[in-house]
Design a protein around this ligand. Sequence first.
Ligand code: GLU
Length: 510
Amino acid sequence: MKDKQVRVRFAPSPTGPLHIGGIRTALYNYLFARKNKGVMVLRIEDTDQNRSMPGTEEYIMKSLEWCGIRFDEGVREGGPYGPYRQSERKSLYEQYAMKLIEKGHAYYAFDTAEELEQMRKRQEAGGFKLTGYNQQSRLEMKNSLTLDKEDVQQRINNCEKYVIRIRIPENEEIKVFDEVRNWVNVDSSTMDDKVLFKSDGMPTYHLANVVDDHMMKITNVIRGEEWLPSLPLHALLYKYLGWENEMPDFAHLPLLLKPDGKGKLSKRDGDRLGFPVFPLQWKDPKTGEIYSGYRESGYFPEAFVNILVFLGWNPGTEQELFTMEELIDAFTLERVGKSGSRFDPEKAKWFNHQYLIGKSNAELATQYEKILKKKKIEISVAYVEKVVGLIKERANFVSDFWEQSKFFFIAPEDYEEKLVKKKWKENTPDILRDISAMLMDISDFSRDSIEKTVKDYIEEKELGMGQVMIALRLCLVGSGMGPDLFAIMELLGKKEVIQRVQRGIENIGG
Ligand code: GLU
């Protein structure tokens, strides 16, 4: 197995949009494939036609594309092991179910929904420890283990509905190796006879998944922990189909937990707790409900990938920011942890901030201009770039820019009352008038000359630095916020600064 070309697959079911857990699974598969110079396959597992949700396949593709996760083979790319959508492989699976029946590892079951319900009730009433269609109960049911051969054949000939179930062996210890959890041992008597092939002519997930992984020559199955309980069943299928020696290596990724660590992160948590759980915004086609997405909330895809990769993996070093290339280099399954990983929305914002400040002012200005345009603000790019340079340290998202910088585009209309009360003294207007006059005389109006002029004046008049600076800030910004005041002044320009000081004096009064 080790010298074979590595082949991994991401195999979502289009039953709903992928949430961050699904994207993380895709990401780990992608990193593993690239690191090992392998092949990444996208397979759509749509055997459960009743649960398919329109638009989700498209949504899955778009989300992965946004994250920069690329496939070598798949429904779009094609490839030598296609088709890659299970509904298009329908005719392939039955023969394997038949093979299992021939070898005595599976059987036909003709039980109706009512009969199954009665079985469940009997088990409940009897207080059975193990419930379900299993080694005990199958002997009381209507299946090819209890009915005689002719009867079975007749029912099939009469087109009676049936399913095919696996026949779980009695008293066998099933041992399977998982790269994250090591050996998993299961007593077969605790397992039930899962349906492999449904009455609608479709395989169930278990059969289709194993058959396809085998036929697509998958070497490593990397998937969410919710599939760990299915691993013993899958191992039995590999064995019974005669593929035991070619079984892929398995790695089950730890659960993603809610921010408080209590329970699995669910698709409802995000909007309830104020952060997205979906990569892109999603509108439920049935209910019309809208779920927020990372993209629409202003996250950069690189930041999103960086947030996700740390939910279950760590590099073993202090490094926190990784490009995709660096991740490919650093990623190993050995460094994937066993315990559930808690989602931290504040840390997610921190990651975005790091990527934001790493971007050039020019790139950010282009994005900011879209917001400014909507606000009908038309101003030179050079100006917007300078504004961005001054405020980006204070923002997590481009959408924070406006709150942090609107005073660069519009003069304040009102002034923070609390601050006025505290810092605006009787002599403030006179001081500001003096300063205005001096600013008027500065010829280059650069940050440093402004600073020198203002500070020299404060010193000479033996005034409090804080009082004067805050009064000036109130006039220019309207509040106590914002970056370095002298830089603000330089960017606003002499005329605007003097006008705003003048207006401040008039509006706040003396
Ligand atoms: N179709 C399954 C899912 O949606 C795939 C599980 C697997 O990777 O085996 O999660």
